[in-house]
Design a protein around this ligand. Structure first.
Ligand code: HEM
Length: 446
């Protein structure tokens, strides 16, 4: 524990605040090497000004441990103003303290093992349908199609919408809403933020309609919303309609944006490493997969799990997480002042050479039982964050990746088309600049 006086005598981390008002926001949003450049110059802890807030960037497993073990004492949840406003005041991602704990307890009901197992058949059906659809064009830009597939999975399995026009409409307005999440918060008709705010209103209207419909149903539906509508806290109170609206919006966002990115990285990295596909097919034969999955079979596919972990390590869909400093504290002999923001870095943690030798290399065997590189340091592998705010939908996300990965590898071949830009756009989640152009076909042998 550092006394107030000692704290005040400590220096602020090195770094610059950039231009008045906008600070370093533009480079933060546009330059994929923003963090690398500053880290090389200032080290693992530095200050900047982004998205309207003085911010300390912290990186590495020690920094993660510090942050995750002091959530709710030194830090509380926050997001940049644009994200906070678009998510809404009653969203788990922006709730803190006791409110967060009690809401989180209700939300996890939808992701307990029994619920997860119940999502498997519907997920397989939808996956199969989309994979078949993609056979016909033969050549395609995959990212937008993966996005539609993922939105369909999220909206049908999480909130029970019917596939078709309702999903297509929601998906469209959702896209514009997402584009405003990390934007300069100027609410004007032509700004990204202004457009996204109008989409928030439209989305909430749609969600409210859906909630009223669902409240009138007498039978329990096996989707995340079914669990949320049934969930009660210790006093027997459930979530109100106003709160459910924000929580459903959060699940839809968290559940499809991140997953689209990781599915796309999975497709890209496997196309570049055909030997991994061969090993996955061998594993499928070994566990006896011929077209329909069981939870037991998925558990036995340990190489598939290694591959997914390596995809999430190399291209983490969420690059880091924001916190507000609620009490000044010290880290690495620097003062972190109250009122500032802290951003922990998942991306940089996963490139730590002391944990992952040749960190830029795609090598699923790092996660094999005889190497377990991720276990070398606590909080060294954190695609889903950690501590009290670790991703609620982790098991759902892993199920989607396993189901999609298994069916794709089992029945299809795909190869990258030439002359495309595979460089990653990083905000809001990583995706190849040209959208991943591939030749796609059904395997002759299946
Ligand atoms: C590959 C996919 C996913 C990744 C990489 C991911 C990553 C993350 C990370 C890093 C956090 C913590 C952020 C922080 O520290 O502030 C988080 C939180 C969260 N995630 Fe995910 N996520 C994924 C999928 C999902 C899915 C499918 C859902 C829901 C269906 C979901 C729901 C949430 C929620 C509700 C939170 C907030 C938890 C809290 O504040 O207590 N995520 N996720």
């Amino acid at each position: 524990m550092t006394s107030n006086e000692t704290l005040r005598s400590l220096p602020l981390p090195p770094g610059t605040f950039g231009f008045p008002l906008i600070g370093e926001t533009l480079s933060f949003l546009r330059d994929a090497d923003f963090n690398d450049k500053r880290q090389n110059k200032y080290g693992l802890v530095y200050k900047t000004n982004i998205l309207g807030q003085r911010t300390v960037m912290i990186s590495g497993s020690e920094a993660n441990r510090f942050l995750f073990t002091h959530d709710n004492s030194y830090f509380s949840a926050t997001w940049p103003y644009s994200t906070r406003t678009l998510l809404g005041p009653q969203s788990l991602a922006t709730q803190s303290g006791d409110e967060h704990t009690s809401r989180r307890r209700l939300m996890v009901q939808a992701f307990l093992p029994k619920a997860i197992a119940g999502y498997l058949p519907g997920m397989e059906q939808l996956t199969d349908r989309y994979l078949k659809q993609w056979e016909t064009p033969g050549e395609m830009t995959w990212y937008p199609l993966l996005r539609t597939y993922m939105f369909d999975i999220a909206s049908s399995l999480l909130i029970g919408t019917e596939t078709g026009s309702e999903t297509a409409y929601l998906s469209q307005i959702f896209k514009t809403w997402c584009e405003g999440l990390f934007s300069i918060p100027l609410n004007l008709p032509w700004t990204q933020f202004g457009k996204a705010l109008r989409c928030r209103t439209l989305l909430l209207e749609k969600i409210e309609e859906l909630l009223h419909r669902r409240q009138q149903e007498t039978e329990f539906r096996n989707d995340a919303l079914g669990f949320l509508l049934a969930a009660k806290d210790e006093e027997g109170n459930g979530l109100t309609i106003e709160e459910l609206k924000d929580q459903v919006l959060l699940l839809l966002f968290a559940g499809h944006e991140t997953l689209t990115s990781s599915l796309c990285s999975f497709c890209l990295l496997l196309a570049q490493h055909p030997q991994v596909i061969t090993k996955l097919r061998e594993e499928q034969q070994k566990v006896g997969f011929t077209g329909t999955l069981t939870m037991e079979m998925l558990k036995e596919m340990t190489y598939l799990e290694q591959v997914i972990k390596e995809v999430l390590r190399l291209v983490p869909p969420v690059g880091g997480g924001f916190r507000r400093v609620v009490k000044s504290c010290e880290f690495n002999d620097y003062q972190i002042p109250e009122g500032w923001m802290v951003l922990y870095q998942i991306n940089q943690t996963h490139k730590d050479i002391s944990i992952y030798p040749n960190p830029q290399e795609f090598d699923p065997d790092r996660f094999s039982l005889d190497r377990t590189e991720e276990k070398q340091k606590a909080f060294g592998f954190i695609p889903f964050g950690g501590g009290a705010r670790e991703c609620v939908g982790k098991a759902f996300a892993m199920l989607v990746l396993r189901v999609f990965g298994t069916h794709l590898v089992h029945s299809y071949d795909w190869e990258l088309l030439p002359d495309q830009n595979l460089e990653l756009v990083t905000v809001p989640t990583p995706s190849p600049r040209d959208g991943l152009q591939v030749k796609f076909s059904r395997r002759r042998t299946s």
